[in-house]
Design a binder for this molecule. Sequence first.
Ligand SMILES: [Zn+2]
Ligand SMILES: [Zn+2]
Length: 82
Amino acid sequence: MPNQQVPLLERVFGGIKGLFKSAESAPVCEVCKQNEVYLECDGCKTPLCLKCVKYSFYSTGCGNVHPLYFCPKCNDDKDINP
Ligand SMILES: [Zn+2]
Ligand SMILES: [Zn+2]
């Protein structure tokens, strides 16, 4: 019964396509569009890779310092990164 082979092949190719699709849609840095996303900008939630992220430090005034991660745009924005 050769007709039964078609749905089987479709299922196999569908599975392979599904794998490729998930690889293609892996999150990529919004700034360079090249590297894998490492974290989000604390200002605009833009996905960033390790190379594009800008570190900033926010002091609470009582000795504690919180690290902040910004995209280059938010890093230069005085409203977001004072
Ligand atoms: Zn990047
Ligand atoms: Zn941002």
